[in-house]
Design a protein around this ligand. Structure first.
Ligand code: SF4
Length: 750
């Protein structure tokens, strides 16, 4: 009314937290993000979002954001310019490359990247000449990818969130979607309202378990025994889908032999589940088909994660639940774009679209990139290095600390970049700390000072570079159910932060390969254009069908999710349902052919003889019930000290918390990261103690978040106070207090 505020601009964006992929409308006034509403027209969130999604704006505007590039000098953080930061970082990296070879740099990327950034990040590592590149998927769902890809074909969730309403039974193993993926619970509860039987299998009685028709308390780590027990009962009683198995599943006889030892009594001995409950659940699943099996990281983060996901996949094959609406293996992934980052190759062992590292794969991508294969080989120095997997992130510290001859790494790592990745998602804190002290250069690129900034030893060459948040750049993201959605930039990057695209391009320029790397991609104002990157992705991703999702199509779908009731596919008008709107991959062909995407993977309408897909039931499940001892149950924290896992205890000490925490608080930290039951700290059968424990854990989790946030930002806060406050950028939008330590890398649901 007084003419100061312009009409708000409204932009469609996607939540940056979990992999459900809720969309929302952001209101921007005078360039400031002032409000947001969940999108009612979204088939995924249908006008809802959770507390995390509601805090999107606060994360983008948080006062603890990195405001400008910083460097540690004599133990103190100092403000530097972007010019200085890029010059120093690139010159040091080039010197390290010259001296030790290209594998001496490790590029740790992020599940918070857009698809376009994921793609150019992998490409960037290739032009640098290394496969030392990875992201959070390595420590969350890489075992899922191995399990389902070996069983069915693709390493992804098979159906959609919406489709859960069609399930007659829903079994959730190792997942707590009510807290980790809250909006997905909308779909689970829709299914339950429609009459689905809901079963939750978890060592803890969770908020999700509170909704279940049947809660199964399972001894941690013993999931394969329980799954095999269910398969045995189903096969013994003739409850399997014999026709389905006969038509398209190989190896079921091997499964039959394998599961023989898993009698209900053996399941009870190993898993702690009463025989009558195992029987009842097998019968429920058999009588209520099609049913879906949901799992999250309770199943995957384990030394035998791939065996667990294989056994879960085989259970669904035996029941004939694959390739059907209401069925499938619905795997809820972690971060908002962990699926897309995996699809587009932020991995030490694949190129984009799950091409491996063999000569044919490199030649394919070199053709798409317009780069000579021989040139690319020269970047790696040898063909052997080019085709050799890099170090997985869970072992990056080994590549620094160990003698190069003892590891599969040709050169020791001398430079480490945490780009949208906080160290607290990786175990082995003490080794990480030691490795950080050993590298010659450490660079953190993130919107927030993450835990790495607090951990790094003072004498290193350490740089903190402020990255834009996901709300400050354009790009697409792929949710857990493979839907590819366009995320509009809501506001310009705050302070001196720069987009990942810009930083990637500037580093490539400093290293001398930007012209070659971006020869087919438009660059404006020193920044590759997201739409142009996506067009290049469309050209090369034939294996998984990212080919028809052009930027124009994605934007149209996002802006008009409520306007479609039909779509033209190969000249034919097809009616579409809500699930179709977000173009789940594979979307085959060219964009103009209008393929609507594939909400349900694996068309079982055709027999194998007619070209339908075969499935593999056996191979790769290794479990004899032998790993129930606590010392075998931790991926990397295998040493136990004073009753606690060594790695976690070491992390607590490394952060200087050891004296501050009570034994109970230590227990809670450990239970968050691993579990208290396995260590014998809690009695598996004491339900009341378990409930109390959950309550205490929830409370202490909140308290510990505060301690951690303080520890993370302490150094940086001091630097801001001592530094040039008058040059800290435009604070006008700095309206929200945000206690979240790391918009890109820290914590989250992964
Ligand atoms: Fe965001 Fe996940 Fe919550 Fe949806 S469910 S609002 S994507 S955190």
């Amino acid at each position: 009314e007084v003419g100061l505020v312009q009409t708000p601009v409204v932009r469609k964006t996607i939540c940056q937290y979990c992999s459900v992929g809720c969309s929302m409308w952001a209101e921007v006034e005078n360039g400031v993000w002032t409000g947001q509403e969940p999108a009612f027209e979204s088939p995924i969130n249908q006008g809802t979002h959770c507390a995390k999604g509601a805090a999107m704006r606060e994360v983008a505007l948080g006062e603890r954001r990195l405001k400008y590039p910083m460097k540690k000098v004599d133990g103190q953080w100092q403000r530097i310019s972007w010019d200085q930061a890029l010059t120093e970082v690139s010159q040091k990296l080039l010197a390290i490359r010259e001296k030790y070879g290209p594998d001496s740099a490790y590029w740790l990327g992020s599940a918070k990247y857009s698809n376009e950034q994921s793609y150019i990040f992998r490409k960037f590592a290739a032009y640098w000449g290394t496969n030392n590149v990875d992201h959070q998927a390595r420590i969350c769902h890489s075992t899922t990818v191995a399990g389902v890809a070996n069983s069915f074909g693709y390493g992804a969730m098979t159906n959609t969130f919406n489709d859960i309403r069609n399930s007659k039974s829903i079994i959730i193993i190792g997942g707590n979607p009510a807290e980790a993926h809250p909006v997905s619970m909308l779909h689970v509860l829709n299914g339950k309202e429609n009459g689905a039987k809901m079963i939750v299998v978890d060592p803890r009685f969770t908020r999700t378990a509170a909704h279940a028709d049947e809660y199964v308390r399972i001894r941690p780590g013993s999931d394969v025994g329980f799954l095999w027990g269910l398969v045995k009962i189903i096969l013994d009683n003739g409850w399997e889908d014999a026709e389905f198995l006969q038509q398209r599943v190989w190896g079921i006889e091997q499964v039959r032999a394998e599961v023989q030892k898993w009698t209900p009594e053996e399941v009870e001995r190993v898993c702690g589940i009463a025989p009558e409950q195992t029987l009842r659940i097998a019968q429920t699943l058999a009588e209520n088909r099609p049913g879906t099996l949901v799992w999250c990281m309770g199943l995957t983060q384990s030394t035998i994660g791939s065996s667990k996901t294989r056994a879960a996949s085989i259970l669904q094959l035996v029941l004939g639940n694959m390739g059907k609406t209401g069925g499938g293996t619905n795997i809820f992934r972690g971060h908002d774009n962990v699926q897309g980052a995996t699809d587009l190759g932020v991995s030490c062992e694949t190129l984009p679209a799950y091409y491996g590292l063999e000569e044919g794969a490199w030649k394919h991508w070199c053709r798409v990139w317009g780069t000579d294969y021989e040139y690319m080989k020269s970047r790696f120095q040898t063909k052997e290095l080019m085709e050799k997997s890099g170090m997985p992130l869970s072992r990056w510290m080994d590549a620094v600390l160990e003698d190069a001859e003892n590891i599969e790494q040709p050169n020791p790592v001398k430079a480490m970049t945490f780009w949208g990745h906080a160290a607290n998602s990786i175990t082995r804190g003490p080794e990480q700390l030691k490795a950080m002290a050993d590298v010659e250069l450490l660079c953190v690129i993130d919107p927030y000072p993450t835990q790495v900034a607090a951990m790094v030893p003072k004498e290193n060459d350490v740089y903190l570079l402020p990255a834009a948040t996901t709300a400050e750049l354009h790009g697409s993201v792929t949710n857990s159910s493979r839907s590819v959605q366009w995320r509009d930039k809501v506001v310009e990057p705050l302070f001196e932060s720069k987009t990942d695209y810009w930083i990637t391009y500037q580093l490539a320029k400093a290293f001398g390969f930007a012209d070659e790397m971006f020869k087919n991609i438009e660059v404006e104002n020193g920044e590759p254009v997201a739409e142009s990157i996506l067009r290049e992705i469309n050209k090369g991703t034939w294996t998984i069908g990212y080919t028809a999702q052009s930027p124009e199509r994605l934007k149209l779908h996002m802006q008009h999710q409520d306007k479609f009731d039909s779509i033209t596919l190969e000249g034919k008008e097809e009616p579409v349902k809500g699930e179709y709107y977000c173009l789940p991959w594979p979307a085959w062909g060219q964009p103009e052919q209008g393929h609507p995407g594939t909400p349900i993977l694996y068309d079982t309408s055709k027999s194998v003889a007619q070209g339908g897909l075969p499935f593999r039931a056996r191979w790769g499940v290794e479990y004899e019930g032998e790993n129930l001892l606590a010392e075998d149950s931790y991926t990397n924290d295998s040493e136990i000290r004073d009753g606690y896992p060594e790695g976690t205890l070491g992390m607590i000490e490394a952060l200087g918390w050891a004296d501050e925490l009570t034994p109970k608080e230590k227990l809670i930290i450990i239970s968050i990261g691993t579990d208290a039951f396995n260590l014998g700290l809690l009695d598996l059968d004491d339900v009341e103690a378990s409930r109390q424990f959950t309550e205490i854990e929830t409370q202490l989790r909140t308290d510990l978040e505060d301690i951690r946030s303080e520890a993370e930002v302490q150094d940086v806060d001091e630097a801001w106070q001592n530094g040039s406050n008058d040059e800290g950028g435009d604070d006008s939008a700095n309206t929200a207090d945000n206690g979240n330590g790391g918009a890109k890398g820290a914590g989250g649901t992964a």
